[in-house]
Ligand binder design. Structure first.
Ligand code: AHR
Length: 494
């Protein structure tokens, strides 16, 4: 048996913050408009303008937190354009994403409405790049102030008597790039200044997130921590899995085994990035009070042929499901530092969980992984050790054959596994230690009939979870046979 793992049910590595199962919705392509918002007069069934089919599907994911309005869009967004009677709202150009008209029909009130319907914590990203301190400060006042003030009065005139509760607030996005092309030193000063005026009103306490590094820019993390760690609760990190080159990205559907390996190798790099950024942060924050907020992650391919290049629309296959599972395992491993992660993006953009076409909707393989894994939310991450076989690659490097994570909650142990090989099954022996009595085992599997298996509007159920029969429990030992390119969730119960 080349894969053998011992799981310690009585050894917690810490709590898995449910917010690592967070999402991101930007005014980009068909994410907000069509994907979420269709408007109250739409023939597509909706609740206060938000489409009901998408809402119902998203509710099943127990989404803990949702980031909005961008992304690059956040640093061009002027929130005052998106409140008040919709017919009077400014029409503007979404210069960053496709140059299309943005009618501002989905604004602050609509976003909080969506979060309420999803029972999700809002995470708002403010505008540093093209905004002012006053604009950001007034947005926080508008949303959270309960007394007499120009902003709270305006909110009330716009139909919301009581302030909303807002915890997560980002001070800019990618300020090293689309958020202003700043240096780390310049942004650190801007961060200190902007966040000063993002006030805590009444008992609303903001969790302030500073704009963090791109991929392996450890200098950025070092400067931000050195200059401002005492003024932030979280520091973001963005890393996308991009096969090919940035200028010539691979395709979402048309790929071979080589591209599968390249994608998985790049996805697993998240582990190294978290280790190294966290080590830099330890220098200033050894208690790990400041969280890493991976508020953009996921696969990024060339757009689907024939679609608007500015809309970043891509399909989603079993390869994406495996990438998602491996990422979530990495976040769970780093639960001492990673306090949130937001998959980019919710609907119709990059590694989406839902795709829509007019009134039609489908769930992607990535959706199913998030649905299967939601049992890990707020559970105790369990320690494990063992031996995992390796896949030797043509470039002389290797990939682990299997990725594993385990957690415990409400007396149940959940073990998630994914087979990173596109064509070889994996035999697995698993031993559960530190849990009394014998356990039953129930499993669910996500696997396709090909590595590029995906759901289409004509065949929306081609990739869907099914009961898993490949695990046999004997006492505290479990033998598992994982099909190639599959994701499995096991529930062990005494
Ligand atoms: O998710 C798409 C874009 O990727 C975001 O707007 C930006 O922050 C990142 O570069």
């Amino acid at each position: 048996m080349s894969n053998r793992v011992v799981i310690h049910a009585d050894w917690s590595l810490g709590t898995i913050n449910k917010n690592i199962y967070g999402h991101f919705a930007e005014h980009l392509g068909r994410c907000i408009y069509e994907g979420l918002w269709v408007g109250e007069d739409s023939p597509i069934p909706n609740t206060k303008g938000i489409r009901q089919d998408v809402l119902a599907a998203l509710k099943k994911l127990n989404i803990p937190v949702l980031r909005w309005p961008g992304g690059c869009f956040a640093d061009e967004y002027h929130w005052k354009d998106g409140v008040g009677p919709r017919e009077n709202r400014k029409r503007m150009i979404n210069t960053h994403w496709g140059g299309v008209v943005e009618n501002n029909h989905f604004g602050t009130h609509e976003f909080f409405q969506l979060c309420e319907l999803l029972d999700t914590e809002p995470y708002i990203c403010g505008n540093v790049g093209s905004g002012t301190v006053q604009e950001m400060s007034e947005w926080v006042e508008y949303m959270t102030f309960d007394g007499e003030s120009p902003m709270s009065r305006w909110r009330q005139e716009n139909g919301r008597e009581k302030p909303w509760k807002l915890k997560y607030f980002g001070v800019g996005n990618e300020n090293w790039g689309c958020g202003g092309n700043m240096t780390a030193e310049y942004y650190a000063d801007q961060y200190r200044r902007f966040q000063t005026y993002a006030r805590n009103y009444g008992d609303n306490k903001l969790y302030k997130i500073a704009g963090g590094a791109n991929t392996d820019d450890y200098h950025w993390t070092d400067v931000l921590m050195r200059e401002a760690h005492g003024m932030m609760d979280g520091l973001s990190l963005h890393y996308y899995t991009v096969p090919g080159t940035w200028e010539n990205k691979g395709l979402a559907l048309d790929f071979d085994k080589q591209a599968w390996f390249e994608t998985l190798q790049r996805a697993l790099r998240m582990d190294e990035l978290l280790t190294r950024h966290s080590t830099v942060m330890d220098r200033y924050d050894p208690q790990k009070r400041v969280g890493i907020i991976v508020d953009e992650w996921g696969t990024w391919y060339a757009v689907e042929p024939g679609t608007n290049p500015g809309f970043l629309y891509q399909q989603n296959t079993m390869r994406d499901a495996v990438v998602a599972a491996a990422h979530l395992h990495i976040f769970q491993k780093h639960c001492d530092r990673v306090q949130m992660a937001n998959l980019a993006q919710l609907v119709n953009v990059l590694q989406s969980v839902i795709l829509t076409e007019g009134e039609k909707m489908l769930l992607t393989p990535t959706y199913h992984v998030l649905e299967m894994f939601k049992v890990h939310q707020d559970a105790e991450a369990l320690a494990f050790h063992g031996k995992i076989g390796e896949i030797a690659l043509e470039n002389g490097e290797s990939l682990p054959h299997v990725s594993v994570s385990a957690s415990k909650k409400d007396g149940k142990v959940h073990v998630s596994l994914c087979n990173l090989s596109p064509d070889e099954s994996a035999e697995f022996e698993l031993e559960l230690r530190g849990a009394e009595g014998s356990h039953s085992c129930a499993g669910v599997i996500l696997v396709g009939d090909a590595i590029d298996a995906h759901n289409t509007f004509e065949n929306p159920e081609r990739v869907a979870p099914a009961p898993f029969e490949g695990a046999k429990m004997d006492g505290n030992k479990l033998s598992v046979k994982l099909p190639a390119a599959s994701v499995v969730l096991l529930t062990l119960e005494a």
